[in-house]
Design a protein around this ligand. Structure first.
Ligand SMILES: Cc1ncc(COP(=O)(O)O)c(C=O)c1O
Length: 380
């Protein structure tokens, strides 16, 4: 179905084709070529990350992260249930158990006080997910990690080009993961990156990403032939993908400014609904600089949510919801350590609507969304 207002439209900076053609001209399209290095260097220097490895997806970067932790049976990793599936499935694939913890009702990010209560002698890591590009309370998580000898993996799939206390999301944990999927602010269709902030993890991460071989050490002259040295997989994106991504990363300020404008117009447009207690709007704490990845609204109950989504669709507006809580899902129930109730997650996931937001959205399109949404929520 073609929507008058689609949910998302990938942005093009204008340089993508030129860079792809440059990559083709260079004659080497496999991974870790010139454009992969340019992307990694840009991410490292702009966001203050020690080392960056591009990956085919954020999921791949999460899987690489948990391989690096060497989890064994019984090891627990604390994750939100209000997140995308692979935050938790990557833990399971590496042999660990996800422990689902509830979120804060304002930012919808993992709640540090509840995380502290969930730590046991089996806990190995915490995964703060920066929902909607708004930073988690990283100082609280990092001090919990220090006190208890845990690793922090930031799931910053939605958090590229966003900051918390002046630090880039993805630069504060031992490891961080980025997504460049088509739905994200900066995209190459499918793509991701592993941000490595603990220098001791770099060498092994390079081996795991190169099929378990020491090929990188061979290429840099550290060993005279390369061979199989560890577990691993094939986790490099091609140069075609990286060339496209480089154009997007260069346009990050322009893309973010456009998204911010649309985000703020939604905030203004919905003030009267907030005053009438009909909806709740997203909260961005003062110490966070968002990248305006998504615009979500909480309506009063799940019946309203379902009715509004269905009617928006009839008006040609594509709005969606997420997440089906992981602790209630079939696989979540099978793999989690204990079946806790998570009241905030369960409440929010029944009432949340995501409205269209993309850089090229026109004022007319946005006015239509604001008017139709307002009409449906007030029941006029
Ligand atoms: C919080 C979170 N983690 C992980 C992912 C997985 O990203 P990818 O599609 O790049 O594998 C997503 C994607 O939407 C996400 O939102």
């Amino acid at each position: 179905m073609a929507f008058q207002v689609p949910f998302n439209r990938p942005f093009q900076s204008g340089n993508e084709l030129e860079y792809i053609s440059e990559a083709i001209g260079q004659g080497d399209l496999s991974g870790d070529g010139d454009f992969s290095h340019r992307c990694a260097e840009l991410l490292k220097s702009r966001y203050g990350i020690h080392h960056v490895l591009l990956t085919p997806s954020c999921t791949a970067a999460l899987e690489l992260s948990f391989m690096l932790l060497d989890l064994s049976e019984g090891d627990e990793v604390i994750v939100p249930s209000f997140t995308f599936v692979t935050t938790a499935s990557a833990v399971v694939r590496a042999g660990g158990k996800p422990v689902f913890v509830d979120i804060r009702p304002d930012t919808l990010n993992l709640d540090p006080e509840l995380v502290e209560k969930a730590i046991t002698s089996n806990t190995k890591a915490i995964v703060p997910v920066h929902y909607a590009g708004v930073g988690c309370e990283m100082s609280a998580f990092n001090s919990l990690a220090q006190k208890n000898g845990l690793r922090i993996i930031e799931d910053a799939a939605q958090g590229v080009h966003a900051y918390c206390d002046g630090n880039a999301l993805g630069s504060m944990g031992d490891l961080g993961t980025y997504s460049f999927h088509q739905t994200k602010n900066f995209s190459c269709g499918e793509g991701g990156a592993l941000c490595i902030n603990d220098p001791f993890l770099v060498d092994r991460a390079e081996i795991l990403r190169e099929k378990g071989t020491n090929r990188r050490q061979f290429l840099s002259g550290q060993v005279d032939k390369y061979s199989w040295v560890d577990i691993g997989s094939s986790l490099l994106p091609s140069e075609l993908t990286s060339a496209f991504l480089y154009a997007q990363l260069q346009a990050a300020d322009e893309i973010t400014a456009k998204r911010k404008e649309i985000f703020n117009r939604y905030l203004d447009g919905f003030q009267s609904l907030v005053e009438d207690n009909l909806i709740q709007l997203p909260v961005i704490p003062e110490n966070c600089d968002s990248n305006y990845h998504l615009f979500h609204v909480l309506v009063r109950n799940s019946d309203t949510r379902d009715r509004v989504l269905e009617n928006l669709q009839e008006c040609g507006i594509h709005a969606v919801f997420h997440y089906v809580p992981l602790h209630l899902s079939k696989a979540g129930q099978k793999y989690q350590t204990a079946g806790n109730r998570l009241p905030v997650t369960e409440d929010v996931s029944g009432r949340l609507i995501r409205l269209p937001i993309y850089p090229d959205m026109t004022t007319d399109q946005q006015t239509l969304v604001v008017n139709e949404f307002t009409r449906l929520v007030t029941g006029d």
